[in-house]
Design a protein around this ligand. Structure first.
Ligand code: GDP
Ligand code: IMO
Ligand code: MG
Length: 421
């Protein structure tokens, strides 16, 4: 039996989907258990290019059973759309995709409230994906949520929905929105439930029988460490836990069962939405253009910056990361010189990520070390020894500064573009 967690060490979009798709062939179960359809995990393999929001990225291997744990919040329309696109690509989901009845359902008022809160905050907005994530997690912890389990008895669902609409419509109207009607939502969501019912099953005995019987679990976390509700750059964070402990509550496994934590780190840094990004580049058009990306969920532009050792070292400490999976090294081939942020200064003092709130983090001066670039295309390389010496030196300097072994380097979006160390 082995249990490996794969998690993001930065602000999300590190390449977790690709890592899971690469590893999953060796596992019996691949599970998602935090976040919701704010996630966008890109997978490029023989089936095509997919941007997956809810289905575990192990779905492309027929031997893998995919679990969506109770820690996930789910927009059923997104789930069903995604299932359809997978089935259309020839993937079998029946008996291979299982959804926890504890999973909270994103309701129409959650999406409306997400947008109204963001609009009300104006310049101070979080820059959410507007998928209703924060309001759904807020309802979960204030005992106002609706879970898939509630749909099994239509009267329970109806009474919970009625109660919530009474509350939510008052807030929506106060914020200038229009009230939502019970009947249309009831019918729409009961329709979703009927379609998803064959996939909804309590996962606890499946997970614990698996652990007892030596099955292998690959745990796919969503988002990244700096978006964690508690340890991220609050209030510019997401509504769920994104550090390794998410697996215990989100899937129901004991901490002792976890054998290994792999931290996915981009060879530089990106962030989408509001909040501080200490190494963000503002003054170099070429670097901005090269490092910024289009977000998988919202299509917004991800802001780009240099690799930040403070952030990845913090992520490694808080989640007990055993190995780093360093992605997108090929993108750095464009530069004559590459910077690494080795620490921060604030008001003349040396400070760490964990000393600072997000407003202070927005004011730090990053301390940079500059390494020579390699300026050759590395996308076809499959052996570490074949990488240019400057690229090897970059990887090894990252490893030394973070203090964790880099176990894999990736050099392209495709499944095979990976260099094990
Ligand atoms: P996730 O949310 O962590 O799964 O990451 P995303 O899918 O949101 O963003 C990562 C992006 O980088 C996607 O477009 C991937 O296809 C792409 N990607 C992953 N690894 C590599 C790599 O090594 N090189 C390049 N060029 N692209 C990569
Ligand atoms: P993956 O799993 C990058 C960011 C949003 C926003 C903040 C709060 O693909 O790495 P939310 O909609 O969650 O309330 O938005 O969190 N965010 C992500 N950024 N990758 C993600 O997921 C993200 N999920 C949420 O941009 O700044
Ligand atoms: Mg993503």
């Amino acid at each position: 039996m082995s249990v490996r967690i794969v998690l993001g060490t930065q602000w999300g979009d590190e390449g977790k989907g690709k890592a899971i798709d690469t590893f999953a062939g060796d596992y019996d179960y691949v599970a998602r258990y935090n976040g919701g359809n704010n996630a966008g995990h890109t997978i490029v393999n023989e089936y095509g290019i997919f941007k997956i929001h809810l289905t575990p990225s192990g779905v492309f291997y027929p031997n893998v059973t995919c679990l969506v744990g109770g820690g996930v919040v789910m927009d059923p329309a997104v789930m069903l759309d995604e299932m359809k696109s997978l089935v259309d690509a020839g993937i079998v989901l029946k008996d291979r995709l299982l959804i926890s009845p504890r999973s909270h359902v994103i309701m129409p008022y959650h999406k409306v409230l997400d947008g109204l809160y963001e609009d009300a905050k104006g310049k101070g907005a979080t820059g959410t994906t507007r998928r209703g994530i924060g309001p759904t997690f807020a309802d979960k912890v204030s005992y106002n949520g609706i879970r898939w389990g509630d749909f099994a008895d239509s009267e329970i669902f109806a009474s919970r929905l009625k109660m919530q609409l009474t509350l939510k419509n008052k807030i929506i109207i106060a914020l200038g929105g229009s009230a939502l009607a019970f009947d249309a939502i009831y019918d729409e969501y009961m329709g979703y439930y009927e379609e998803l019912k064959p996939y909804i099953r309590e996962l606890f005995p499946i997970v614990h029988d698996g652990l007892k019987n030596g099955k292998n679990f690959l745990l796919e976390q969503a988002m990244g460490t700096c978006l964690d509700t508690d340890w991220g750059t609050y209030p510019f964070v997401t509504g769920s836990t994104t550090i390794a402990s998410a697996a215990t509550t989100g899937l129901g496994i004991p901490p002792q069962a976890i054998d290994e934590v792999v931290g996915i780190a981009k060879a530089y840094t990106t962030r989408v939405g509001g909040g501080p990004l200490p190494t963000e580049i503002f003054d170099d058009e070429f670097a901005i253009e090269t490092l910024s990306e289009v977000a998988a969920t919202t299509g917004r532009i991800r802001r780009g910056g240099w690799f930040d050792v403070e952030v990845v070292r913090f992520a490694s400490m808080i989640s007990g990361i055993n190995q780093i999976f360093l992605t997108k090294l090929d993108i750095l081939s464009a530069f004559d010189e590459i910077k690494i942020c080795t620490g921060y200064e604030l008001d003349g003092k040396s400070v760490h990520y964990y000393d600072l709130d997000s407003y202070q983090l927005g004011r730090v001066t990053p301390i940079y070390e500059t390494l020579p670039g390699w300026r050759v295309d590395i996308r076809d390389i499959r052996e570490y020894a074949d990488l240019p010496p400057e690229a090897q030196a970059y990887v090894e300097r990252v490893e030394e500064l973070v203090g964790v072994k880099v176990g894999w380097v990736t050099n392209g979006p495709e499944r095979e573009a990976i260099i094990p160390r």
